[in-house]
Design a protein around this ligand. Structure first.
Ligand code: NI
Length: 164
């Protein structure tokens, strides 16, 4: 699947809830795991492949593959930590982002079963980053504005080159 990059409108839209978890959704989930693995990602949200729906997948290091449909973050820890984040939609940029250390998320899996997961470490990080994608938020929105402007400028140049 093609991964949308910074500047594409779909990355800035608030995604819509998934109304029915059918074979089409399961096929999308399978393709997203393939795309994520090909690109060495640890998470991928549906808007990144051009689908403005509330679904993301994650595989944080040695963890199992996890699918989150219509997720809700129901609790976050007071303790925060920093981590160098990147994004498949913003290639070649990594910046330190501060977020809560632990989160509790409720979602449906690809079989439509509701689950609650308490996550910490990299998985907590990925869940928050991917959840942001469903809200049209990118990690560069959470960094120093001057650094964000530089990254945006670089992508405008890339887009202009593509058009020329
Ligand atoms: Ni991302």
């Amino acid at each position: 699947m093609e991964v949308m990059t910074l500047g594409e409108e779909v990355l800035r839209q608030k995604a819509q809830p998934v109304s029915e978890i059918d074979d089409g959704i399961r096929e999308l989930v399978r393709e997203m795991f393939v795309t994520m693995a090909e690109k060495d990602g640890v998470g991928l949200a549906a808007p990144q492949v051009g689908k403005s729906i509330r679904l993301f997948v994650a595989k944080a290091d040695d963890d199992v593959e996890r699918t989150f449909i219509n997720p809700q973050i129901i609790a976050t820890s007071q303790e925060t930590c920093g981590y160098e984040e990147g994004c498949l939609s913003i290639p070649k940029s990594w910046e330190n982002v501060t977020r809560p250390e632990r989160v509790t998320v409720q979602a449906l899996n690809e079989r439509g079963r509701r689950f609650t997961l308490e996550a910490d470490g990299l998985l907590a990080r990925v869940i928050q980053h991917e959840y942001d994608h469903l809200e049209g938020i990118l990690f560069i929105d959470r960094i120093d504005p001057a650094k964000k402007a530089k990254i945006e400028e670089r992508f405008q140049k890339t887009a202009a080159k593509k058009e020329a």
